[in-house]
Design a binder for this molecule. Sequence first.
Ligand code: ZDP
Length: 281
Amino acid sequence: MICLKFVKMHGLGNDFVLIEAPRIEDYASLARRICHRRFGVGADGLIVILPSEQADLRMRIFNPDGSEPEMCGNGIRCFASYVFEAGMVQKTEFTVETLAGIIKPLLILEGDKVAAVQVDMGKPRLERSEIPMLGEGSPVINETITIEGTSWQGTCVSMGNPHCVFFVNDVEQAPVATVGPTVEHHPLFPQRTNVEFIEVLNPTELKMRVWERGAGETMACGTGACAATVAAALTGRSERRVTVHLAAGDLQIEWSPDDDHVYMTGPAEEVFRGEFPLEEA
Ligand code: ZDP
């Protein structure tokens, strides 16, 4: 049996299977099998580490349903930590090619271990057509989306991948599992969307739950935390530097006024390594 070596990692409980450029092409069907919580390893995404002609390395990510997002915030911290500790890069600051452009992680070391990763996530995209989203006018702030008779006000941001942010009074009570999938598949979003529910605790602290496109409710979403910070700052609810609280811990997000880039800082942990059979049993 041909087996594929993998490493299982997570960022705040948003978990990934990482593999080094295997000799297979059908990553979508591998993602569906390997991410499965009962029949596979179990993960919120499959990350493929590849060489790049434009950057130090290239990252591709696949959702558990096989779709390929442009970017993945928690995933790129795991990616950066793994490739550094595996000696695939020697620098603590390097470049990664993604479908959302060149992303720049910076490793924060304690001794020779990666304590945290700060990622330059690039500029948020606020043009409606870039999200992409149907309708008129940009930026998309407080757009009414009616779901089963209830009006929701969505503020939409692309961090390379699409996000629709809703501000709520109590995130614990937010109907993530019902409104999330309805908005994910809403005709307004031709590429579907990730959906964030955000409680503003104060101008420097947000509390978040997320429904991810192609994955369902997950414990954390890095690009989502960035999009939420941009949406909160744009609508005057927060400052541009905030702490985003997620179920398993915090992300520090700053939307820099100097270069318009969003910087995300958070952990990345390895859980275990193993081998996965390439053929269907
Ligand atoms: O855009 C999408 O389809 C997401 N499901 C991609 C994964 C995003 C992620 N949770 C993150 O941290 O940005 C990995």
